[in-house]
Design a protein around this ligand. Sequence first.
Ligand code: PMV
Length: 343
Amino acid sequence: MPDTAHVAGGRDSVMGATARAGANVALVKYWGKRSSEKNLPAVGSISLTLSGLVATARVEVDSRGARFRSRGEPVDGVAGERMTGFLDWLAERLGVEARFCTDVAATFPVGAGLASSAAIHCAVAAAASSACGARVGLRELSRLARVGSGSAARSVYGGWVEWHRGTRDDGEDSDAEQLHSEDVWPVALLVAVAEEGKKDVPSRDAMEHVTATSPLFAGWVAAQDGDLEAMRRAIAARDLRAVGTIAEENCLRMHATCLAARPPVFYWTPATLAAIQRVRELRGSGCDAYFTIDAGPQVKVVCAPQDADAVAEGLATVPGISRVLRSGAGPGVEITDGAIPWR
Ligand code: PMV
């Protein structure tokens, strides 16, 4: 369970709110930006919000102490600066003179390619809106969260979610919407952890580098609308085989842009490749299981719930895989302490 009590405890004298959001895993990926400043994506994306990988953020107004804390410990360096910049941007955007501070906690490793930034930035945007008494719709919240971390735009909603690329320079048409709620189609999502430490190239930096230097980037962008359309249809038809096939192809195409960058960006370790191979073997033995990989070495596997035990066992014995996290489709962002800023 998220450590809500820890981040919320004992500060009754300051205005604040707490929100909880799930990570999401992209099945058609966000990769590349059309504007870095506003985190406007070069392509649309489709994801599944997860039940098992959850972040909680307590945001307080004008409290003293470090602006960004993780389980009470100040976070410095680039991560601290980025979060402080996001908090200041949120205050300005929400029209308050507040100086926001946040304390976050996640139920899973942070900064390791597990989409922690999506869950954290979504929870921070929601808690900040609540803390200052703002009224924001969910789509607006999605646009706020997007500025903290692009993929956070999708964690606002539960289940199957599409984030639109949009065409406007101000980003007002680049937000997420729910395609189907988390309870319409039960699927399992397993994460084979290939590396417990922090990843070496943050997705933000890699995206900019790949956009600028990879000769394959244009091909990636050109193919995306076809994948989005096919994925929408596959999800609507509850066709796991089609969902998985598109997800695998889209993921490999994204990583191909990285390999073709100058210098190349490698996210995979030998364990990543071995886990991919194991998923293909499991499929050969009758399991409905498909992989996807984000900006890190972890292998995420979507499968039918009835195959989850066999797939988890199969992944756990892959050399170099330290553990397997289990999740399913989860709900959208929730305010756990404070006024609900949306209807
Ligand atoms: O939201 P960011 O800046 O952490 O980028 C996420 C990028 C990928 O995880 C690789 C793909 C995605 O759509 O989530």
